[in-house]
Structures are given as structure tokens and as C-alpha cells.
Ligand binder design. Structure first.
Ligand code: SF4
Length: 63
């Protein structure tokens, strides 16, 4: 699994960083997914972060 934040959509609310700091961090005022591949043990949290993003800026790429 990979995760990507669309910087044109992200509003910098920091929610994904709170939910899954092992994958997301803030860079300036936007979140980024800083891991190349999401470890399997973090799939659930990472999906939750994507689901909870208020502007649906997080894309999950399965596989
Ligand atoms: S939850 Fe969505 S809007 Fe908020 S920082 Fe993360 S990607 Fe950006």
C-alpha cells in the first residue's frame, strides 16, 4: 500500500498526522506521506486517516 496527499487539496488540518504519524507528517502547512510503502501493520490506521480527511486529499494506492 502507498499513500499520497494531494497538496492542492490539503488544508493542513493535521488530522492525518494525529491519526497515523508513522506515515504522515506536516511539511510547511501541508501534510505529506513520507514513507514509500505503508507497513502492513499500519494499513488500518492509514485507511482511517484517509477516510477522516475532511477534504479527501489522501489517496490510498493498494498493492
Ligand atoms: S487530514 Fe487531509 S486536510 Fe488534514 S492535513 Fe491530512 S491530508 Fe491535509
Amino acid at each position: 500500500m502507498k499513500a499520497k496527499v494531494n497538496p492542492d487539496i490539503c488544508i493542513g488540518c493535521t488530522l492525518c498526522v494525529s491519526t497515523c504519524p508513522e506515515v504522515f507528517r506536516m511539511e510547511d502547512d501541508k501534510a505529506v506521506a513520507f514513507v514509500d510503502k505503508v507497513p502492513a501493520k499500519l494499513y488500518e490506521l492509514c485507511r482511517r486517516a484517509a477516510d477522516e480527511c475532511p477534504v479527501a486529499a489522501i489517496e490510498i494506492i493498494e498493492g
